[in-house]
Design a protein around this ligand. Structure first.
Ligand SMILES: C[S@@+](CC[C@H](N)C(=O)[O-])C[C@H]1O[C@@H](n2cnc3c(N)ncnc32)[C@H](O)[C@@H]1O
Length: 213
């Protein structure tokens, strides 16, 4: 994968990713994580002890929300630069308050390709959120996602990742994808879908670790 150099001040640690302020922090502080579609899609509220892996850590927001609910989560990020930024942001959050430190303690960040690591990890639940196809109405895409795209480029091999997630997960795979875009890989119908304003969560139940797709 080709990584681009960071040239802007805004891309420095603590700027692009900040768990002490912003939308995700606000949502967690207000106790809104429990009712978020992603959280419902994972089913973790009923089973908080399940082994959860976020195969596409990125800015760590989804994993942070899940960890805020008392769930241990492993995050995998293959971009060394994004891993570095995320790692620094997690450290900063941890140093900022006991409450955030407790959340960060449940987030286990790995550097590597999830397509390689997932078969070893054998998680119960895998969340997959590859870079979404570029929209023509780019004003709708938030600045931090545009910056992330500048760093990692498109995830052209997301079909392989989804395929590996489906064969590695013991219970469920949640694929986060734009609301109206067709799936990045030819899949059977999801077990169910939860839709937000701009994204949807396609949930694929897996029977006893056997892929049913
Ligand atoms: C759209 S972002 C994920 C955003 C994330 N859900 C969040 O809450 O901030 C996709 C991220 O997944 C990473 N990624 C894509 N494919 C990967 C793979 N096979 N293994 C590990 N990381 C991957 C990309 O480098 C990028 O940082």
């Amino acid at each position: 994968m080709h990584e681009r150099d960071l040239m802007h001040e805004k891309d420095q640690p603590g700027q692009l990713i900040d768990f002490t302020a912003g939308r995700t922090a606000y949502r967690v502080r207000r106790g809104e994580a429990r009712s978020h579609q992603l959280v419902k899609a994972t089913g973790i509220l009923k089973n908080p002890d399940l082994k959860v892996v976020d195969a596409t850590a990125g800015l760590g927001r989804d994993a942070f929300m899940i960890a805020s609910l008392g769930v241990e989560i492993t995050l995998i990020e293959r971009s060394a630069k994004v891993h570095e930024l995320l790692s620094a942001a997690l450290k900063a959050a941890s140093n900022s308050s006991d409450e955030l430190a407790a959340i960060v303690e449940r987030m286990h960040l790995l550097l590597g390709d999830a397509a390689t690591l997932l078969p070893e990890l054998k998680p119960d639940i895998v969340t997959v959120d590859p870079m979404h196809p570029e929209r023509t109405t780019s004003a709708l895409v938030k600045q931090e996602m545009r910056t992330l795209r500048e760093i990692v480029g498109p995830d052209e091999d997301s079909a392989e990742l989804i395929d590996t997630a489906l064969s590695s997960a013991q219970k469920r795979v949640v694929l986060k994808w734009p609301l109206r875009a067709s799936a990045p890989i030819n899949l059977r119908k999801p077990t169910f879908t939860l839709s937000g304003k701009t994204v949807r969560y396609d949930v694929f139940e897996v029977a006893n670790g056997t892929r049913t797709i």
